[in-house]
Design a protein around this ligand. Structure first.
Ligand SMILES: Nc1ncnc2c1ncn2[C@@H]1O[C@H](COP(=O)(O)OP(=O)(O)OP(=O)(O)O)[C@@H](O)[C@H]1O
Ligand SMILES: [Mg+2]
Length: 266
């Protein structure tokens, strides 16, 4: 196994990553400053980004870092729940036994959000991931569901996160009312080339390897093959490590990257 060959305690480029080990990329710094602003104003925010750009990871970290005595975080992914399941799940998370009709669940959710915010001084933070899968109908429902005191008050934070398609959906006239209500927006950029280098070395150090094993040319090749998208970076680097281990080569140069990349493209 390559971990043994390189003297790594584990593969630091694997998919599983604890919230406290997430790399603090420029994307995370910029996103966090917008989310901090949203914490003050409350209301609705949007995060868009290519698949694998780190949206869900960033949100997982954000939600984990929230003070539970001030915020109640609820996370839903439209990839795994239906729209009705989302409403029911949200009602349940807010401590309600969901009724049968959607309109009744709407009222339950609104009452629960009001009571949480005004009586218990806790702000609900609702994350709706994979929002690009939402229909226009759901986007409109969201606007109505999160409309309090005739739209003059925000006792909640709603974070919508999804692939760039959501931006096209929001430009449709029918979705204009929701688009206008977005208090913050952020588009994930991926790791820049200097960041990629830092990412690689901090990940390797975390797993116990303090030596620079990537050549400059290899890092450049990784950057251009992945556009700095963390999921692709992780996949490509893992393949590079496997490949270099097979060849008993400790240094990863651009040749290894090209070979590993062409294997990934098979
Ligand atoms: N800041 C980070 N530090 C370390 N690893 C990261 C970071 N961001 C993303 N990753 C890695 O990249 C992978 C993909 O990230 P994530 O699932 O957050 O992307 P996404 O934008 O939500 O993608 P999708 O649109 O497909 O849902 C994660 O499994 C994680 O391993
Ligand atoms: Mg995701």
């Amino acid at each position: 196994m390559f971990t043994q060959f390189f003297g790594l305690k584990f593969n630091p480029f694997s998919k599983e990553i604890a919230a406290d080990q997430v790399f603090l990329s420029q994307d995370l710094v910029e996103l966090n400053s917008r989310l901090k602003y949203l914490q003050n104003t409350r209301g609705i925010g949007l995060i868009a980004g290519e698949p694998g750009s780190g949206k869900s990871t960033a949100l997982r970290k954000y939600v984990t870092d929230l003070n539970p005595s001030l915020y109640k975080a609820c996370y839903f992914s439209l990839a795994t729940v239906t729209v009705l399941e989302f409403y029911q799940g949200l009602a349940l998370e807010l401590g309600e036994e969901p009724k049968h009709k959607k309109i009744a669940i709407f009222h339950q959710i609104q009452d629960a959000i009001n009571s949480l915010y005004h009586d218990r001084r806790v702000t609900p933070v609702i994350v709706l991931d994979e929002i690009h899968l939402a229909s226009n109908k759901l986007l409109e429902d969201l606007r109505l569901l999160f409309n309090f005191k005739m739209d003059s008050h925000n006792p909640f934070i709603l974070i919508l996160s999804g692939q760039p398609l959501i931006r096209n959906k929001l430009t449709l006239n029918i979705n204009n009312p929701l688009r206008q209500r977005l208090a913050v927006k952020y588009i994930m950029q991926g790791l820049g080339s200097a960041e990629l280098k830092q990412y690689c070395s901090t990940r390797l150090k975390m797993a116990g390897l303090h030596e620079e094993i990537f050549t400059e040319a290899a890092l450049e090749a990784i950057n251009s093959a992945t556009n700095g998208l963390p999921r692709m970076v992780n996949n490509l680097i893992t393949n590079c490590l496997l490949f270099a281990c097979e060849k008993k080569q400790r240094q990863i140069d651009d040749e290894v990257v090209y070979q590993a990349q062409s294997e990934l493209n098979l």
